[in-house]
Design a binder for this molecule. Structure first.
Ligand SMILES: [Zn+2]
Ligand SMILES: [Zn+2]
Length: 158
């Protein structure tokens, strides 16, 4: 565990830790909500650390654990940003700009587009199971990797 945090990070995190006693907060090099251990991982060096930390806490508050369809993951990401912007942001004096949210959701839209495009004919496929798609045009089917809530940015290069 890396305990190195800046003073400003500390004040937001200690406020959050007091208000959400059931959540553990851990400084790391990424942002993630780990429902299995009820832990929010945050990166104190990120320029959007306050926004992204509130986003992760929103996943926790909304009890997001897992999803069946990729489209559900995008809905969860949107929902978490919505709560962060309208509820947690005003409470902790963090103004979350609309384009921060849109840029983040764009990474999910790009990801979904890449996953759902048929590798044979490039038509858009439908998701038939958690890690499988089928093309409605040429009937090809293909597998996709499992994606974790909020850890997408690190997987986009795959
Ligand atoms: Zn196809
Ligand atoms: Zn998220």
């Amino acid at each position: 565990m890396d305990a190195t945090t800046t003073p400003s990070t500390d004040s937001l995190i200690s406020q959050l830790a007091a208000d959400f006693p059931d959540i553990a907060f851990k400084s790391k090099d990424t942002f993630e909500w780990d429902a299995s251990t009820a832990t929010v991982l945050y990166d104190p060096t990120d320029t959007l650390y306050a926004e992204r930390t509130l986003h992760e806490v929103s996943h926790a508050a909304l009890k997001h654990t897992s999803y069946d369809k990729d489209i559900d993951l995008i809905a969860m990401e949107r929902e978490a940003w919505q709560l962060a912007k309208t509820s947690l942001g005003p409470k902790y004096n963090v103004n979350i700009a609309a384009d921060v949210i849109e840029d983040d959701l764009d990474t999910y839209r790009d990801w979904l587009h890449a996953r759902s495009t048929c590798p044979s004919c490039e038509a858009t496929g439908i998701q038939v199971k958690k890690q499988g798609y089928r093309c409605v045009s040429c009937q090809a089917s293909w597998r996709v990797n499992e994606a974790r809530i909020c850890a997408l940015r690190r997987h986009l290069t795959q």
